[in-house]
Design a binder for this molecule. Sequence first.
Ligand code: CUA
Length: 400
Amino acid sequence: MNPLTNPTALGVDKVLIYIFGSSLLLLAGITIVMIWFVVRYRRSKCPEPTSDIHGNLWLEIAWTLLPTLIVLSMFWYGWTNYLGLRQVPENAFEVKATGRMWSWQFEYANGRTSNKLYIPVGKPIKVLLTSTDVLHSFFMPAFRIKRDTVPGVDTYVWFQAPEVGSYDIFCAEYCGTGHADMITTAEALSAEEFERWYNKNPTLVQNHGRQLMVELGCLGCHSFDGSSPIAPKFGKLKGAERNISNEGIKRTIRIDADYLRRAIRAPEADLVENFPPIMPPYGDEISEKDLDAIIKYLLDGAEEPKIDGNKLIKENGCLSCHSTDGSKRVGPSFKGLGKRTSEVKRDGQELKIKVNADYLKRAIREPNHDVVEGYPAIMPPGAQFSDEEVEAIIEELLKK
Ligand code: CUA
């Protein structure tokens, strides 16, 4: 298949042009003949009827058969192209899309989630559709695909992006006050860029050196806080002192790039005191360029990876119901959350609760435990988050 085509749009457009074109042709033909007859056989020209015909079998067969064939051809053409919309190419890349009040969430095979649909360009994409609450409708005009999402029903659409860029996604089924907010995009990326996006840990702040160390397994032995008994800790290493021994000769050095290079390429040369000599030397598996990235990261102060709470808030669609500027939407605004007292209903009883980390944790994990006065109880429980992620989110929320 030519990677630079938009097969679903081509199929639908062909059918549309065929039906619209043949309708137009018939309309024009009938109208022209009608006007011509009106002029030609006007009363002033033919005061008396010129003929008296009671039937013509061949004519009647022709005008019954021809329209039937035309209509059947429309059906056949439409049907075969509809099948094209339902038959997904075998090498399609699958993404799960969930409609909910009022945002779309996309989930990938490796567990990544986002609320924009990131896809590789030129590859067939199968979007598995479902809904958590009410009817929504997944609509991508650029690919002429639209399909309802129904709670408890799994269905799908497929498409293929012909070029790198942004394609609109709408909800095309009125689903409540936030319906108009269910707008997002599909971002078609080049294969390499998509690969990079797909394999990034979504919630960690990225650093190339750190990424490499995760992949190489360094963090299996080294800790950031000194809790590991088998290997020296990371942290701000630039200029830090270490007592090392080299074939029994002890000395104190200050850590610099050269030392780290040696410690990775030939760790048995300078051993840090009080740690067993178990670090394997790393040779070809780390390129010079990668080694530089790792050394820079270690010197500049490696830290415990931070989870990006703001990113989680954005990517999980929280902002489609909660504003950050104090305006009232479907859910309470995030603005000034940390300084607020929340009036809630718990089991029918009214309570006033100071908003703090505990309260927010409950609000995310079991949103229907305490329902904020004046808002509908529609928030889905945030079961997709790990405890660390919930903490990162709360930290951000309390800052707003
Ligand atoms: Cu969802 Cu309209």
